[in-house]
Design a protein around this ligand. Structure first.
Ligand SMILES: Cc1cc2nc3c(=O)[nH]c(=O)nc-3n(C[C@H](O)[C@H](O)[C@H](O)COP(=O)(O)OP(=O)(O)OC[C@H]3O[C@@H](n4cnc5c(N)ncnc54)[C@H](O)[C@@H]3O)c2cc1C
Length: 327
């Protein structure tokens, strides 16, 4: 029987879609072993947050909110996770491989004497114990890893698992975590958070992403992608080549050293399909590639490919979609 603890950092008082996806995977892991799932909800959220977590698969929800989460987010999160682990004695602790999860996981594993697996893309169970897979060598190979310690801490890439539909009949226990936290002066402090003006859906949550690469030849040509994205309600991303050229902000970068996304549809325009780029978008349900070179490696990964100049293909696609969708 596996007891799985999931870390859920609330954003603006709500559970993110990445956490919901992870919770879906945690539920499947627990079900396969007649186990239980606990979620540690970090940050102030309304009561509907805890019921939503239970409806989506949690058996136990621990809540903890503290001002320190805003300034000492790393230390406060680790302290709460240690307390939650002491309370629940989990076999597996899962967190999303985002900036918070990457910050917490190694410190948590050290404090608990647990094994650490980072950037997992999935797992299977071997005699009830999870064996994780992760991409290595820029996505060219998979490593299979299991913890030798009784407890495993793992960061899981967004999109590795999917959320379950809510089941309002599920019941669970909710209790606040009894933890007083006072950060020491030596802890790193979050000084400032710069929030980009929201324009369309966030890359992390978007179900459709239109992404541009060096083939666009300049920042001005991203306007082709914005028009297409607007019709589709999509977010716009980019390859590292486009970011390095200064055409778009670094926060748009998809790939090994950028964001890892898992949309339903990923439209790659003027992107060759380097393994480091694919490491960030290979979890998409479908990739559509638009590229002028018929031998571009991206076509090997694409469900659908269009060979052509983006200046002709993208406006034609935008116009056809506008007509189809009546926009
Ligand atoms: C350690 C490391 C980490 C990295 N991390 C990342 C990462 O996180 N993300 C990332 O993206 N890359 C990353 N890279 C870089 C990666 O190796 C590639 O260099 C990069 O992805 C290439 O970007 P691109 O596909 O836009 O450019 P290119 O490889 O130059 O491809 C441009 C494509 O545009 C096509 N094209 C040209 N003109 C047109 C046109 N008119 N219409 C349509 N298509 C056209 C070309 O045929 C070509 O296929 C990393 C590299 C290293 C070494």
């Amino acid at each position: 029987m596996a007891y799985v603890l999931v870390a859920a950092l609330l954003r603006n008082g709500a559970v993110t879609s990445n956490v919901m996806d992870l919770l879906g995977g945690a539920r499947a892991m627990a079900d396969a072993t007649n186990g239980r799932v606990a979620v540690l909800a970090l940050g102030a959220g309304e009561e509907k947050v805890t019921s939503e977590l239970i409806a989506r698969g949690a058996d136990d929800v621990l809540t903890w909110s503290n001002r320190a989460l805003a300034s000492w987010s790393g230390e406060a999160g680790v302290a709460a996770l240690v307390a939650a682990a002491e309370l629940t004695s989990p076999d597996v602790i899962l967190m999303v491989a985002d900036s918070a999860g990457r910050d917490w996981a190694p410190r948590l594993a050290f404090r608990l004497g647990a094994g650490l697996i980072t950037e997992a893309t999935g797992w299977k169970l071997d005699e009830g114990k999870p064996v994780f897979t992760r991409m290595v060598f820029g996505g060219k190979a998979h490593a299979v890893q299991a913890s030798r310690r009784p407890v495993s801490v793992a960061t899981v890439k967004p999109g590795a698992t999917r959320a379950r539909p809510p089941d309002a009949r599920r019941t669970g226990n909710v209790r606040p975590l009894d933890l007083a936290f006072s950060p020491s002066a030596g802890f790193p402090v979050l000084v400032e958070t710069a929030v980009e003006a929201p324009k369309g859906p966030r890359l992390d949550d978007a179900r459709i992403i239109v992404s541009g690469g060096r083939g666009l030849s300049g920042s001005e040509n991203f306007s082709y992608l914005h028009e297409l994205a607007e019709v589709l309600g999509a977010a716009v991303g980019a390859s590292r080549a486009a970011v390095d050229a200064g055409w778009v902000p670094a926060s748009w970068q998809i790939g090994q050293t950028g964001k890892v996304v898992a949309p339903d549809l990923y439209i790659a325009v003027g992107i060759s399909g380097a393994s480091q780029h694919l490491a960030g978008c290979a979890q998409a349900k479908a990739i559509v590639a638009i590229n002028i070179a018929e031998d571009a490696p991206i076509f090997d990964q694409a469900r659908l490919g269009v060979i052509g100049d983006f200046r002709e293909v993208v406006p034609a696609l935008t116009a056809a979609l506008k007509e189809m969708l009546g926009k």
